[in-house]
Design a protein around this ligand. Structure first.
Ligand code: AMP
Ligand code: GLY
Length: 424
């Protein structure tokens, strides 16, 4: 095989981490990002293409002899990027629009789970706000209100009181704060337990589980404040036994993949169920149809196998041929966010201290939203950087990552981060 040209669509820390790992593959020639960040420019070449501009992406892939494209974010999968690339006979990693409904429509996901006896929270869907409010009043708080469509990870309210639930229903359905994503809502039973992220590579038939991971969604320490896209991850979770992982595989991941295949909508790509470990066993909170961000930042620090080989095998439906190996170490990612996030974000703030870690093999910093401004790297959005480290123990990894953050390390004006990642 000739050395391969890769196009990564998306600009998160996830895409930077993927590119960083792909660059280590002897099979990879050149990596392009659409559009990329100041961080991805250190791994490959940024293009100025908007991820939703499919015509320009196709043109770019053809003109630059791209051998494999990887679609990062959920919105482009839901908009059918994979269908469009496949139609042009261009190789792309990710699920089709139909298969991506497992994430883009909570109603579709709930239906799949019902049909395949996959354990999840009890729920009901509503298109009428008054009926939704009646239902919420009949059930006790806490109760969970979710916009059915995609809302950048922010469409979920865990309501602690009925008043909060009514406000959340009004926000989604009457005020339409998530636009069309909230025209339909799901009201769900509150699940109590510890949260786990599971990821699995799938070629539509065969699956391969990643180590377990945990994201930390609320903005503030102690799991306080509004939910974000994710403020930090750890992997693997030592409190989860092999038996529990097997239960997750047998009761959740395999039935989901087989259920989709039976429906004639095979799922190729990364299936990422978010789970709650309840006293009655693992239950699905949601399915994602892509790599988690910031899960991927921790995962790429642990993956030993050539990621190009894995992604290519998924696309060619021969994942069963690949023996995927993970390090026995622990990894973490601490997200550094802008002032105002998640409600708003400050842009253009100079970032200090990045150069201290450029040649440090221990600390790898992935960029979510940064830009080069003359000689400075500046902030360019809500989540800005993900600082990752590995260690023989989780504490070792966390201590290393945290030691790189602050006045003597990486910092910027208004920087917010959680100081309790992996500690709860
Ligand atoms: P989602 O966008 O569905 O992942 O939800 C965001 C966050 O809300 C999750 O990571 C959980 O922490 C929380 N959450 C969602 N659904 C439930 C539920 N049924 N019970 C308890 N917490 C939930
Ligand atoms: N880790 C949160 C997400 O990717 O949705």
């Amino acid at each position: 095989m000739n050395r391969q040209n890769i196009l990564i669509i998306g600009s998160g820390g996830r895409e930077h981490a993927l590119g960083w790992k792909l660059k280590q593959s002897p099979k990879v020639e050149k990596i392009y990002f659409a559009p990329g960040t100041a961080g991805t420019a250190q791994v490959g070449e940024n293009t100025n293409i908007n991820p939703l501009d499919f015509d320009s992406l196709i043109k770019f892939a053809k003109e630059n002899s791209i051998d494999l494209t990887i679609a990062g974010p959920d919105d482009i999968l839901a908009a059918g990027i994979v269908n469009i690339f496949k139609k042009q006979r261009l190789k792309i990693f990710g699920p089709t629009k139909e298969a991506a409904q497992i994430e883009s429509s909570k109603a579709f996901a709930k239906d799949l789970m019902k049909k395949n006896n996959i354990p999840t929270a009890a729920y009901q869907t509503f298109t009428d706000p008054e009926k939704a409010k009646d239902y919420a009043r009949k059930h006790k708080a806490p109760i969970v209100i979710k916009a059915s469509g995609l809302a950048l990870g922010k469409g979920v309210v865990v309501a602690k009181t009925i008043n909060e639930a009514i406000n959340a229903i009004n926000d989604a359905m009457v005020k339409k704060v998530f636009g069309d994503a909230g025209s339909e809502i799901v009201i769900e039973e509150y699940l109590e337990g510890k949260e786990v992220s599971i990821h699995a590579f799938s070629d539509g038939r065969t699956i391969s589980l990643f180590p377990t991971a945990r994201d930390h969604k609320p903005i503030y320490d102690g799991h306080k404040g509004p939910n974000t896209g994710g403020m930090g991850t750890i992997a693997p979770l030592s409190e989860i036994s092999k038996k529990e992982i097997n239960e997750i595989k047998e009761k959740i991941v395999i039935p989901a993949i087989q259920g989709m295949k039976k429906m004639g909508i095979p799922f190729t790509g990364c299936l990422y169920p978010g789970l709650m470990l309840t006293k009655d066993g693992p239950k699905v909170i949601e399915f994602n149809s892509r790599f988690g961000d910031p899960e991927m930042e921790s995962y790429m620090r642990l993956l030993k196998t050539d990621i190009f080989e894995i992604l290519n095998a998924c696309v060619e439906e021969r994942l069963s041929e690949i023996d995927i190996k993970w390090s026995s170490k622990f990894a973490c990612c601490i997200v550094l966010a802008s002032a105002g996030y998640p409600a708003s974000s400050q842009k253009g703030i100079p970032i200090h201290g990045l150069d201290k870690f450029v040649d440090d093999p221990e600390i790898v910093v992935f960029h979510f939203a940064t830009k080069k401004n003359e000689d400075n790297i500046v902030t360019n959005g809500g989540r800005v950087l993900g600082v990752t480290a590995t260690g023989k123990t989780l504490d070792e990894a966390l201590n290393k990552a945290y030691s790189a953050i602050g006045k003597n390390g990486i910092h910027f004006k208004g920087m917010q981060y959680r100081s309790d990642i992996g500690k709860l």
